[in-house]
Design a protein around this ligand. Structure first.
Ligand code: 3EB
Length: 309
C-alpha cells in the first residue's frame, strides 16, 4: 500500500521528490517532472501549492483524455472540458469511470470539480444544476449506487469550462454522511433536477479521511444568508460532525482540528481579515481561495483531508 498525503508548500519551496501530483492555484504550473497543473482561482495571502506526496514509483500516462499519475494502488487524474455543462460533465465522468475501471483503480475516493460561471444560467438552467445532472447521469449509467459516491467539492473557477481532478484507488473507500445534514443525494429537486452525487466524506487506508466541501447547510437549507462569520461557525460544526462520523466508521474519533490540510473557498466580497483569526485557530495548514460556491447564498465552503493515526 502506498501512503499518500497532501501538503501545502510555499510555491518557491517545493519538495524535490516523492511527489504524486502538484496543484497550483491562481499561479502558473511550475514543474514538468511530475503531474502538475493550475486551477484558475486566485489565492488570498502568500501563495502555497498543493503537493500530493507519496513514496515509491509513480507512473504517468494519458488515457481517455485524462492525465494520470499513479502508484501501485492510488490513481491521481485530471481532465478539462468545454461545452454545455451537463454534456461536458457527463463526458468527463463517463470517461474517467471507464479509465479508472480499465486501469484497475475502480473506486472513486475524492473528486474536485471546478465549473466556470457556476452560478450563471446556461440555456435557462444554472450551470451547477446542469453539472449535477451530468454527474448523476454518468455515475448511475455506470451502476453507481448512492452508498458508493465519492467525497467531492464543486466550486467556481475564473475560466470557462470544467476542470476536474480526482483520486481513485484499488481498494474501496468507506463512505460517511453528516447526521446534521440531509445526504446530498437525497436533496429535494429545488437544488437541481438531479441530486448531487457525492458523500460527505470517504475514509481510505484505515485512517485517511477526505472531507467533502462543507458549508453552512443544516438539513438541506442554507443557514445565515449574508453573514460570513456565522456561516463559518456553522461550517466548523458540520466539519466536526462529519469527521466524527467518518472516524467512527473505522472505530476512531476526529474533529475539524484533525484536518492536516484545509481549503477555504470565499466568495468575492467576503472580508477575509474578519475570519482570519478563527481560521488560524482551527485549521493548521490552510489555503484561502476566492471562488464562487455552488449555491448563491453560500459565502464560504471548506474542505480538507485528515490523517488520523
Ligand atoms: C452542500 O452541502 C454544499 O455538488 O459536489 C458541497 C460539496 C456542495 C460538494 C458537489 C456541493 C458539492 O450541498 C455544496
Amino acid at each position: 500500500m502506498s501512503v499518500i498525503l497532501p501538503e501545502y508548500h510555499p510555491v518557491g519551496q517545493l519538495p524535490a521528490q516523492d511527489i504524486l501530483a502538484l496543484v497550483t492555484f491562481g499561479g502558473p504550473v511550475i514543474r514538468t517532472d511530475v503531474l502538475s497543473f493550475n486551477v484558475p482561482i486566485p489565492q488570498i495571502g502568500d501563495p502555497v501549492a498543493e503537493v500530493w506526496r507519496t513514496k515509491g514509483k509513480v507512473l504517468r500516462e494519458t488515457r481517455g483524455g485524462i492525465e494520470i499519475a499513479r502508484t501501485d494502488d492510488v490513481l491521481f487524474g485530471t481532465v478539462r472540458a468545454t461545452g454545455r455543462s451537463d454534456e461536458a460533465t457527463f463526458d468527463i465522468y463517463d470517461s474517467l469511470v471507464e479509465v479508472c475501471r480499465g486501469s484497475g483503480y475502480p473506486n472513486l475516493w475524492r473528486m474536485w470539480n471546478h465549473v466556470g460561471g457556476i452560478n450563471e444560467d446556461e440555456e435557462c438552467l444554472e450551470r451547477y444544476k446542469r453539472f449535477s445532472s451530468g454527474r448523476h447521469e454518468a455515475l448511475t449509467a455506470h451502476g453507481y449506487s448512492k452508498d458508493r459516491f465519492p467525497a467531492a467539492s464543486a466550486v467556481g473557477m475564473s475560466e470557462p469550462g470544467l476542470l476536474v481532478y480526482f483520486i481513485a484507488g484499488r481498494q474501496e473507500g468507506v463512505q460517511a454522511e453528516n447526521p446534521r445534514q440531509v445526504s446530498a443525494y437525497d436533496y429535494p429537486p429545488q437544488y437541481g433536477p438531479r441530486s448531487p452525487s457525492f458523500s460527505r466524506a470517504t475514509v481510505v487506508h484505515g485512517g485517511l479521511i477526505f472531507v467533502s466541501g462543507t458549508a453552512s447547510v443544516v438539513g438541506h437549507e442554507t443557514k445565515h444568508s449574508g453573514d460570513a462569520a456565522r456561516q463559518l461557525e456553522e461550517t466548523i460544526e458540520n466539519l466536526d460532525v462529519t469527521l466524527s462520523s467518518a472516524a467512527a466508521r473505522v472505530g476512531r474519533t476526529a474533529s475539524a482540528r484533525d484536518l492536516t490540510t484545509t481549503k477555504i473557498y470565499l466568495r468575492a466580497g467576503v472580508d477575509h481579515r474578519e475570519l482570519e483569526p478563527r481560521l488560524r485557530e482551527v485549521f493548521r495548514s490552510r489555503m484561502v481561495l476566492q471562488s464562487d460556491i455552488c449555491r448563491r447564498e453560500l459565502l464560504l465552503e471548506i474542505e480538507g483531508v485528515a490523517a488520523i493515526a
